[in-house]
Design a protein around this ligand. Structure first.
Ligand code: AHR
Length: 499
């Protein structure tokens, strides 16, 4: 059995773990909205078209904030099409995913859904085919008190009180040639500055997320981000966006489980750019990081998976996740916790049916493997991330160099210590010791384990509980230290009492 030790001291803190790192994403794409969170004709649906089984699964997932309406969809979306009397709203050909869009779900429906599920709403404006003024008008529609053209329109649509949308994204992936209205960086900055200024004049309390580069593999990576932060400054760009989709196309699981090193590196590179810009501008304010699209996504990509061929709510990006994907999803969240001082918002992409933890069919809901990884961490949110001193063995990989067998993160909240640990060793269990220098661990409050002997195991409609969390056993507490036996290829989340 391999050995690992996590040494902690509750005085050595990284920063408060922002609840908003447990965000999600809903895009008008495939079956995410229609036949996902909005299915008005279903027998289980409430007056807002939300099925009770979908609601229950979403409630239990522990999401805190939701980004909408895209994604690529946002860059061709005109928000005015999605408000007002439903039967008056135009049905249009949607250009990002080549689908038919009825606009039956729009701004008011989205904010009502957020309220029902206790999510903060986060809207992405169209800086592709839309204008900065259209973006500003959307802020007025959502956030202004009545007495103006757009806020009165909102009141006529049934919401006299402002919808209060606190976070707005200035476009989506504008560095990507696939994006509608894609432009070189300085042109994006012109549009984004214009929109940001007007949006903040309309509601000075809103926070804005500027488009960062869309992936570390892009030639724009870091340079684009740095330029955007220079041109917008931290007054207009409260956050810069990071996106990352990963996978195991080569079938090398040891490589795949080293992904956390790349996530850490991506965060640290963009953080370095943000610090550089603040230094260049001799500013005490800096731009923070908003990781507003992340997940595993490599199977249902391209071709028929992303071309709606004119259909309404076609099944697109319908990814089925396995157990190793769940370990990687946990790694993303652990990395966000370790970088709690700079990563303030993160959104798993997406929430329902489209590269999602939850799938629906006509009569039930399936929780995918990644659902459990997300939930095990989100259910332990709250507190401050701790620095860790780790000793454990490592293994060599082609693309990530030496990878430690243990991936972990720790949060302290008063008398509670929350510890998350992944054993990447595919064959050996791990004897893990957790020692906190200044305070003894006195009891296990609760612990969960996600493990499976087969990395490729999936939840299916026939076997919906093949991969799911169970109670963590093999935990011993002696002399203030915790010892856990972590099975090979497993993830544990535990809450401990501190003396
Ligand atoms: O989440 C799916 C797509 O991935 C989003 O629409 C886009 O922003 C990204 O490329």
């Amino acid at each position: 059995m391999g050995k690992a030790t996590v040494n902690l001291d509750t005085k050595f803190r990284i920063g408060t773990v922002d609840d908003r790192i447990f965000g999600g994403f809903l895009e008008h794409l495939g079956r995410c909205i229609y036949n996902g969170v909005y299915e008005p004709n279903h027998q289980l649906s409430d007056n807002d078209g939300l099925r009770s089984d979908v609601r229950e699964a979403l409630d239990d997932l522990g999401v805190t904030i939701a980004r909408y309406p895209g994604g690529n969809f946002a860059s061709g979306y005109h928000w005015e099409n999605g408000v007002g009397e439903r039967d008056q709203r135009p049905t249009v050909r949607e250009l990002a995913w080549q689908s038919t869009e009825t606009n039956h779900f729009g701004t008011n429906e989205f904010v009502h859904l957020c309220r029902k599920l206790n999510w903060q709403p986060m809207l992405a404006v169209n800086l592709g085919t839309g204008s900065p003024e259209e973006a500003r008008n959307w802020v007025e529609y959502c956030n202004s008190v009545t007495g103006t053209y757009y806020s009165d329109q909102r009141a006529r649509n049934g919401d006299a009180e402002p919808l209060r949308v606190p976070i707005w994204c200035l476009g989506n992936e504008m560095d990507g040639p696939w994006q509608l209205g894609h432009v070189p960086v300085d042109e994006y900055c012109n549009r984004a500055r214009m929109a940001a200024q007007m949006m903040k004049v309309c509601d000075p309390s809103i926070e804005l997320v500027a488009c960062g580069s869309s992936a570390p593999q892009m030639s724009t990576f870091v340079e684009w981000d740095q330029r955007v932060m220079q041109r917008l400054g931290a007054d207009l760009a409260d956050y810069v966006s990071l996106h990352r989709y990963v996978g195991n196309p080569g079938g090398d699981s040891e490589e795949y489980l080293g992904t956390s090193k790349e996530i850490d590196q991506q965060i640290e590179s963009i953080d370095a750019a943000a610090r550089t810009v603040a230094a260049q501008q001799n500013s005490t304010r800096r731009t923070y990081l908003c990781f507003d699209e992340w997940n595993v996504w490599y199977r249902a990509r391209g071709g028929e998976h992303s071309d709606g061929a004119g259909r309404f709510a076609p099944a697109l990006l319908d990814e089925t996740y396995n157990f190793e994907d769940a370990l990687v999803v946990a790694m993303f969240l652990l990395s966000f916790i370790r970088h709690a001082d700079v990563v303030k918002i993160a959104n798993i992409a997406q929430l329902v049916n489209v590269i999602a933890p939850i799938k629906t069919n006509s009569d039930s809901v399936l929780k995918q493997s990644i659902y459990y990884a997300f939930q095990m961490i989100s259910s332990r949110k709250g507190g401050e991330a701790l620095q860790q001193s780790i000793s454990c063995d490592s293994y060599s990989t082609k693309s990530h160099g030496e990878v430690p067998y243990l991936d972990s993160a720790a949060i302290v909240n008063g008398d509670e210590l929350k510890l998350f640990a992944i054993n990447r060793n595919l064959t050996e269990a791990m004897d893990l010791t957790i020692a906190c220098a200044d305070r003894p661990c006195t009891a296990l409050k609760d612990g969960e384990l996600l493990s499976h002997s087969d990395l490729k195991a999936e939840n299916t409609w026939e076997k919906p509980n093949e991969v799911s969390s169970s109670e963590l056993g093999n935990v011993a507490i002696k002399d203030g230290e915790v010892r856990i036996e972590l099975p090979p290829q497993s993830f544990a989340a535990l809450s401990l009492r501190l003396g």
